[in-house]
Design a protein around this ligand. Structure first.
Ligand SMILES: [Zn+2]
Ligand SMILES: [Zn+2]
Ligand SMILES: [Zn+2]
Length: 463
């Protein structure tokens, strides 16, 4: 569609919306979504009955709403899809990571005395890539090698460039033909299993250090953690985690005196080296064990030291809203019939994706579901996870916010103020679409102050 036509179409839609008698109600729906770029459209009703008499006390229906629908936020965590909802998610994640470090939201303040470490587990090398290193504030040459070798593809394994921060070559291999793309996507696919084995190994080692059997450990201490996956520019995930020792049952009780920061450090160092996860053999390739990389960063988190609770919470929350798109891949599932040419991908991202698609056809690797997760470069884990006892949950934070919204609706007279226990509430909701039409997107951006991006409207209803 030519731009001029799209703009004219958007303008016409915007004018129609502005002139519509229910514009005010539409605008208040949009404000209530907090600037969501792709609000969910719901059709339905909520009835309040008197349980004793069966009398209908109140009915809310979307039939009288603009376009006959209620727009609610999409609640995605992905900033690339909806900046407004991702910002809410980021804020919530920050709150709950912070609560696990400093107390609050139901976590006692005494949690600050528990041994707590900020740990980064990396992926191993799959071949040299362009990097940016700084030394005393000065950017160093990428891969300066005096007697650099030439690879079988005729490329000299050296790069003397001092790459700028936004150099698109960062993370890309010096020789893409030498680079171990298979290893890279298999590592991503097995990273969640590797993490699980790591956590199990930390527990086993702690039990050993405390002179306990593994099954006895939980009566003495709990290993609590919150972790986030981050894509490095080369397209592999690594994990940042807050790992904390609590007493039995969680943060309310202290861990036993023998379980110190040193004990935890020791157990983490041991586990990071010890664990592996095997990719199955396929075609003519043997079974392949994958390990964490040698770079292991373990730092204590303190309320006033080098690494503060705010810094860590901010860091984890930031990565919780990002996915693989920063590596230059796509933001959605890839259909095996899609031609990747249309997406204008850089060679590195494209090779990672095609490796996933290719390995995805191998029956022996079927359980890794690499084709389904090609857009994530093989990683199919959760981006941000917490152990049960870490702190409050996102669900609880959301419930608190929704309660607030509900109270607002009541005070504004939209929902009747009934004692929820004394009435029977029957609701029926149906998903009927999402997004904004082109005209609505312009107006919504103006109303909520959120940036407008083109190509995001997937209209489910027309104004
Ligand atoms: Zn949204
Ligand atoms: Zn370079
Ligand atoms: Zn080569």
């Amino acid at each position: 569609m030519p731009t001029t036509h799209a703009t004219a179409h958007a303008k016409a839609g915007m004018i129609a919306r502005l002139n519509h008698p229910d514009y005010d109600r539409w605008a208040s729906q949009i404000r209530a979504t907090g600037g969501c770029r792709q609000p969910i459209h719901l059709r339905g009703k909520v009835d309040h009955y008197d349980p004793a008499t069966g009398r209908l006390l109140h009915r809310y229906t979307t039939r009288t709403e603009p376009d006959g629908i209620l727009r609610v936020p999409c609640k995605t965590r992905r900033a690339s899809r909806c900046p407004a909802c991702a910002e809410t998610y980021r804020g919530d994640t920050y709150q709950l990571i912070r609560a696990g470090l400093a107390g609050g939201k139901g976590v006692p303040e005494s949690v600050t005395t528990h041994p707590t470490l900020f740990v980064t587990l990396t992926a191993p090398s799959f071949g040299p890539v362009h990097t940016r290193r700084e030394h005393n504030g000065k950017v160093q040459p990428c891969h300066a090698r005096r007697n650099a070798t030439t690879c079988p593809h005729g490329r000299v394994m050296s790069c003397t460039a001092r790459h700028s921060k936004d150099d698109p070559r960062l993370g890309e291999p010096l020789c893409p033909d030498c680079y171990d793309y298979t290893g890279s996507v298999l590592f991503n696919a097995l990273a969640p299993l590797l993490w699980k084995r790591f956590a199990d190994s930390v527990r086993r080692h702690l039990a050993k250090l405390g002179g306990l059997l593994l099954k006895e450990l939980r009566h003495h201490l709990t290993l609590s953690f919150a972790k986030v996956a981050e894509y490095q520019r080369r397209g592999v995930v690594h994990f940042h985690a807050v790992i904390r020792l609590d007493g039995p049952g969680g943060p309310e009780a202290p861990p036993p005196p023998w379980a110190t920061t040193d004990t935890l450090t020791h157990a983490i160092q041991h586990a990071a080296k010890a664990v592996s996860a095997k990719a199955p053999a396929y075609a003519d390739q043997p079974e392949r064990p994958l390990h964490w990389g040698d770079q292991l960063d373990i730092r204590p988190i303190t309320l006033n030291g080098d690494l503060t609770d705010q810094a860590v919470a901010g860091y984890i929350a930031k990565y919780a809203t990002k996915a693989a798109e920063c590596v230059g891949t796509l933001d959605r599932r890839i259909n095996p019939l899609d031609t990747l040419d249309a997406y204008n991908l850089r060679d590195h991202a494209r090779r990672l994706i095609t490796t996933c698609m290719h390995l995805g056809t191998q029956p022996d690797l079927a359980e890794l579901r690499l084709a389904d997760w090609a857009h994530m470069l093989g990683f199919r884990g959760h981006f941000s996870t917490r152990s049960r006892r870490y702190s409050t949950t996102l669900g609880e934070l959301r419930a608190a916010r929704e309660h607030f919204v509900h109270t607002e609706e009541v005070t504004h007279g939209r929902l009747p103020l009934f004692d929820e226990d004394a009435v029977l509430v029957i609701s029926e909701w149906q998903y009927v679409g999402k997004g904004h039409s082109a005209g609505d997107a312009l107006l919504a951006a103006a109303l909520t102050g959120m940036p407008l991006t083109t190509g995001q409207h997937t209209a489910g209803s027309r104004p």
